[in-house]
Design a protein around this ligand. Structure first.
Ligand code: SF4
Length: 192
């Protein structure tokens, strides 16, 4: 197994853990996105580390989609994520075309917990999620954050997998480009 596969596997497992923690959160507070909403992906300032998108890049390479996505990220004239497919009939609606492989930041946005000074967990959510779910963040306090997606702790844990690739954040399209380059290089080394 290459070093890259090792980090990709570890990150995949880590992202599955994030999903489980979000599920745990949703069993305590039934928050959900507004039906069809893609507002967060339309934000021009989405940033990701390279490590978070290494599993995505490996998936793109192994499924033969990497060349097209690489072309898209290198020629994009808008900062919005190239993986986002807007719904042309409903402004603000759309979907991630690589939803199952999306980075940590996209998973945690709207579905994470922060710790207050007393150490209690507080809901860190998106206003549209709160509105759609009918939840007031001030009404939610977690005595224990065990098993919940604590934003700062998730970042720390990601850094533990690969300190360099998990520290620097890049605009989303740049992070995807760098990750595809790393996976493609590792593939070349495997076959040379
Ligand atoms: S990776 Fe997917 S979820 Fe994240 S910004 Fe891009 S389209 Fe949205």
């Amino acid at each position: 197994m290459s070093h890259l596969d090792h980090y990709a596997n570890q990150t995949e497992t880590f992202l599955a853990g994030i999903d489980q923690a979000i599920h745990n959160l949703q069993t305590q507070v039934p928050i959900h996105c507004k039906e069809g909403c893609g507002k967060c992906c339309e934000n021009p300032n989405v940033e990701s580390t390279v490590l978070e998108v290494i599993p995505l890049a490996r998936h793109l390479v192994t499924t033969g989609q990497a060349d097209a996505i690489y072309e898209a990220v290198t020629t994009a004239t808008r900062p919005q994520c190239v993986l986002y497919a807007a719904d042309p009939s409903v402004p603000g609606n759309g979907r991630c075309t690589q939803y199952h492989h999306r980075p940590m930041i996209c998973r945690l946005f709207g579905f994470s917990v922060s710790k207050d000074k007393a150490g209690n967990g507080r809901l860190a959510s998106c206003p549209l999620v709160l509105e759609a779910s009918g939840v007031s963040p001030d009404s939610v306090v977690f005595d224990s954050t065990e098993g919940l997606p604590v934003y700062s702790e998730s970042w720390m844990a990601l850094t533990g997998i690969h300190p360099e690739w998990a520290t620097q954040r890049y605009p989303i399209n740049q992070a995807i480009r760098l990750a595809i380059e790393k996976v493609a290089l590792a593939d070349q080394l495997k076959t040379s």
